[in-house]
Design a binder for this molecule. Structure first.
Ligand SMILES: Nc1ncnc2c1ncn2[C@@H]1O[C@H](COP(=O)(O)OP(=O)(O)OP(=O)(O)O)[C@@H](O)[C@H]1O
Ligand SMILES: [Mg+2]
Length: 421
């Protein structure tokens, strides 16, 4: 019998953020008891990035280098080279809008081919040549006079209509992202709206059907994706992210950006009332000045002002969207900046909606991914890619590896992280 280990089917996600690039590699496994397929993240690489602002590449070299670093780290941990990647896109060049399509049902009963044709028809709106369609997301179907249909397959009628939400990106912004990925010797499987990817692993089906907003609080901005009646209804963004919080701390406490970032992460809070009166922190001085000790509450007061402003801007966006009465599941905060303690409590007060923190559902023993909202996008990209591959029948013929045990892998990953931190 051969002792050679077959290479598992791999899926990879690449999140190019304004503060960091993350690349994760997952293996498709089969549960030996239930026979069900599942995804297991076996490699994660993270590298700081300075080459992207508001979703637009401002430095090709820096971004390429960050991708190469993240790729090498992920490959080292996984023990395999990265397959082609599902790449996240977001930022100011993304625009989304509603559209409609209508076709005659071919054989009186709605079939997959009718759905494909009606989606195609809905897409046939004039999209300017400098924009590329990223997603056509069905909102509801109508068969003759019956509307509000989620899955029309098998229904009888003569006319099929689709209401869809179309997401587009700026062609040159997307071209530059693809250029960086290819310069890092990776192939692109597809471009995916980052919030849509994150929503796959962060939101429950109930939350989507009751209506909610996913708010990805990143470095330079906060990206919002609205779900109404189970499907995407709207997307928008706010130009405030974690870097603005750090900047306020640096200015307010007269300390270098690096130590402001460190203070925010280690001792920050959006609610001064949560901080003990007697707690103090050491603040490094700028330009060689001596460090000083201040009340930790003072740091919280600075962060509180920015947190309140950010949450007010989200509340304002929700009110302006017109969807406010349809968002019973409220707001789900994800992304690195959502980790600031007190944000959820303040969010419920400011927005008068339920608020929770969003994490990726676990995909194997790599807890760093499932525990941290910072990695929700990269996990979501993998889930999105996996669903697409399944839809295209790419997994049917593939050999799925069941030989590697979770326990063994867990040790490997644990030791990797011990070395890292
Ligand atoms: N524990 C923490 N508390 C507060 N802020 C944090 C914490 N951890 C990370 N952040 C902030 O999260 C931000 C980075 O978030 P994230 O990694 O989601 O951004 P990104 O994906 O690189 O950027 P973007 O999505 O805007 O392109 C940074 O500004 C960082 O300071
Ligand atoms: Mg991000």
């Amino acid at each position: 019998m051969s002792t050679l280990k077959t290479k598992p089917v791999l899926v990879a996600g690449l999140d190019i953020g304004s503060t960091k690039v993350s690349l994760a590699i997952a293996a498709v496994r089969i549960d030996s008891q239930s026979g069900q397929r599942f995804l297991e993240i076996i490699g994660l690489g993270v590298a700081p990035n300075t080459g992207l602002k508001h979703g637009i590449i401002v430095n090709i070299e820096a971004t390429t280098e960050a991708i190469i670093k993240a790729k090498e780290e992920a490959e080292l941990m996984a023990g395999y080279s990265a397959p082609s990647v599902w790449v996240g896109v977001s930022g100011s060049h993304i625009k989304s809008f509603d559209s409609k399509g209508m076709v005659a049902i071919k054989d009186k009963e709605v079939a997959n081919s009718d759905i494909a044709r009606v989606i195609e028809a809905a897409q046939a709106v004039s999209v300017p040549s400098d924009r590329k369609v990223l997603h056509v997301l069905p909102r509801e179907y109508k068969v003759d006079e019956n509307d509000g249909i989620v899955d029309p397959i098998g229904m009888t009628g003569v006319r099929l209509e689709a209401n869809v939400h179309i997401v587009t990106g700026g062609q040159s912004a997307l071209n530059n992202i693809v250029k960086c990925v290819e310069k890092a010797h990776l192939k692109v499987s597809g471009l995916v709206l980052e919030t849509l990817a994150a929503s796959q692993v962060v939101l429950s089906a109930d939350e989507k059907s009751l209506g909610c907003v996913l708010a990805d609080m990143g470095g330079g901005s906060t990206q919002l994706l609205y779900f109404v009646n189970g499907s995407v209804a709207h997307s928008s963004q706010i130009s405030v992210g974690g870097q603005h919080f750090t900047h306020d701390v640096a200015v307010g406490l007269r300390t270098p950006q690096i130590s402001a970032e460190d203070l925010k992460k280690r001792s920050g809070s959006a609610l001064p009332t949560l901080i003990d009166e007697h707690d103090s922190i050491d603040v490094e001085g700028v330009g060689g000045r001596k460090s000083r000790t201040i009340a930790r509450k003072d740091l919280a007061h600075i962060l509180e002002a920015r947190a309140e402003e950010t949450l007010q801007l989200i509340a304002h966006d929700i009110r302006n969207s017109g969807f406010e009465p349809l968002l019973a599941s409220g707001v789900i905060l994800t992304g690195g900046a959502s980790q600031l303690p007190g944000l959820v409590e303040m969010g419920e007060y400011v927005m008068d909606l339920p608020v929770r923190k969003g994490f990726a559902k676990p995909m194997g023993p790599l807890v760093e991914v499932s525990k941290s909202s910072e990695h929700a996008t990269v996990a979501g990209l993998i889930q999105y890619g996996y669903e697409k591959m399944k839809g295209m029948g790419q997994l049917e013929t593939a050999e799925i590896d069941i030989s590697q045990s979770w326990a063994g892998l867990s040790e490997k990953i644990k030791s990797f992280f011990k070395d890292l931190f």
